[in-house]
Design a binder for this molecule. Sequence first.
Ligand code: PLP
Length: 373
Amino acid sequence: MNPYSTQLIEEDDKKAVLHALSSPHLTQGALIEEFETKLSEYLGIKYILVFNSATSALYATYKAIGLDANHHALTSPISFVATANMILECGSLPIFCDIKRDGNINENLIESLITPQTKAIVSVDYAGNSVEAQSIQSICKKYNLAFVSDSSHAFGGEYHQQKIGTLADATIFSLHAIKPITTAEGGILATNNSAIYEQAKLIRSHGVIKKKLWNTDVITSGFNFRMTDLQAALGISQLKKIQRFLNIREEIAQFYDKAFISNPYFFTLHQNLLHKTTNHLYPIILAPEFWCSKEELFKNLQQEGLGVQVHYKPIYEFSLYRQILGEIELPNARDFYRAEISIPCHQKMNLNTAKETVDKILRVFEKLKICKE
Ligand SMILES: *Cc1c(COP(=O)(O)O)cnc(C)c1O
């Protein structure tokens, strides 16, 4: 199977982890600080905290901005469920805002959903392509809301020559195995806000502060959300390769755009993107007459050895969210889910494997009998 996304681990990555295994501290050691410093330099952001996952980084961030049972957070239904689950874990409610054709939250709909209970806007850079950060920034300013960016897909992406990470009050990246760079599991919180940083840091490690000698104090409740030094070693090694990985993904995405340009079956999201994406996903968007054939298409693509996936089922459709929020339907999110398939695009591929993938996909579509609604 050629997966829709995967990691690339090379000899120097393995050496770095092996070396870390011999260091005196397997966790809470110097490599965590080194990784955080390098991330801070790369992103041009003052405060960085690494976590054991983006999910725990999201939770710590929501807590740090004071999200609780008195509040709502406006967010996108087209995301991995962790974005909304962590809002629920704070006792708060996610309010879903419909999306645009690029899969990102529609900034023009946000204001109409704001109430006195709204505390934050949590956007998602779908597939690695930035949201319209400037519009969201000004809405947040006008209504005094926190702007949290779930940029789990978007490490290395840009918005008008600005790195993603510098645009929101707090930005979260995932270092899960199949995200742009990896520490197997891991997450990053990037912020220029010292209060968010200090609070999230406490939550990351039991709410403990060190005092003199053996003495400590606990000033908030917290967790063990820490990354290990083995993971930090891998992260430092992977960070050196981010530009190469992004270049390969972009080369494949551009090859796909050209190869698929005038096909009658689907259009590609990438060809119309405004910002420098990471291509964490390469989504194809089926023409409506193929929506009812999607299951058959999906099966046939898998039979061709293509590890395709659908991103995402709208979060409000999950049973849990139906119980909490009732029945919701947002037309663009609904149609996006009906139309989208993510095809292989990652740093282990090259133009030959991309060409093979194009041939297989077009073959599957040519054989397809169009079903009737
Ligand atoms: C992957 C992902 C997460 C969760 O990341 P983990 O590091 O696996 O916890 C959250 N949000 C989005 C949009 C993701 O794609």
